[in-house]
Every structure is written in C-alpha cells, then in structure tokens.
Design a protein around this ligand. Sequence first.
Ligand SMILES: [Zn+2]
Length: 227
Amino acid sequence: MGCVSTSRNRAKRTRRVRTKTPEHLVCDVCGQPISRGLGPQRFRVYIRPYDRPSTIINPHGEPADYTNYSPHIGNERLTLANCAIFIRQVAKKGEWVMALTSTEYGPVRKVSFIAHIDDVICRRTYAESYDKARLDNHYNWDEGRFVNIPNGYHFDPKEIEQDQSCCRVLLSRKFKAFGPNTGQELPAQRREILKHFRAKHAINQRVFDNEIGAILFDELDGPTYHF
Ligand SMILES: [Zn+2]
C-alpha cells in the first residue's frame, strides 16, 4: 500500500514546488496561460536586450523610421503586448522595464527605453478597450480564444504561439525612449548593470534594489514621457 518516499525524492518534490508560482499560471480574465512557471516572481527591474530595430521615437519626440511594434508607443502609452514573454510573465504594476541596445550597434550597450509599468492587463481587455490602430493590438477575443488579425508584424504560427503563451500586456505612461539602436549611455556609476548580460541575444532578468528603476529614470538624460 503506499509508496516509499526516500529523502532524495522528497527533496526533489520540494524543489519542484518551490519553482512554481501557481497564482501566475492562468489568467482570471481569459483563462489562458500567463506563465509556464519561471520561478519566484521577485524581480524588480527587468533588463531586456533589445536585439533588433523595432521602435521608437527620435530625439524630437516624433515617431522615427522604425516599426514601432514592440514596444509600441502611441497615444500616450508605451505597451509591451507581444514577444518579450519573459518580461510580460513576471513584471508587475509599479515596477520598471528597461531595454538595452544590441552589441550590433556598438560595443557599449546603451539604454533603448526605460518604462514604469503603470498597469498590467489581460490581452482580452487590451483587445476590447484599446484602439486597434495600436500596432501591437492585433488579436481579437472571439468565442473563448484569441484570433490574430492580419498585420504586418506577427503572422508566423510560432510568433503567434509565443505571443499567446502569455496574455499579459504591460502599459506604461511614464517612460524615456531613446531608439532601438542609438540609445542612451548608462551613467558611469550604473555601468555595472551591463555585466549582468550574458550574451547579445540572451534574455536576462535581474534583481535590483527596489528604487533603482526610479533612480535610473532620473539619471538618464533624454526625452521624458509622463502622461
Ligand atoms: Zn488573460
């Protein structure tokens, strides 16, 4: 009757349980998955290598000649709705997301954007509440599932699957954006942040002091958007 549980098995089970965060696995709004279980949701600042031209805004605050897709900036919001699944899975309201330029654009990686997360909403809410003119708002909620609307960005089944593996959309009303390849150099006293990046295309998340996002935001010299 019963199974024999060795101490080694118990240790394995304990570890497995500790790496799950059940409250983040399924969305209350759409019932779709939020997370595949990335471990403790304890990150404060997310640093994401920005490895391809995508956004954003030139120094004059006008949309530059980029796709402006991820993040999308428009109508007083910066949104991360697609790709970026590691960040979308774990970022919480009140935290900061920062992206760096790729080493393709120079040996010293710079800040592409830094954004205060003012809200985290389900993609269904995003689809139903926000203008479809937003380039990253290209999923409709239809009879219990998300349907991709033809768009110029994500149409490959793999991209769609990745987008839909996490329904969370991050919204920011307070951000600084420097462009995907020009960027803004980190202040000298913050350069140690760069050493936490393993490789050009690796996605990294890093625990920082609670206040570091706000400090960085103030220290970075560039166009500020606060709506
Ligand atoms: Zn959802």
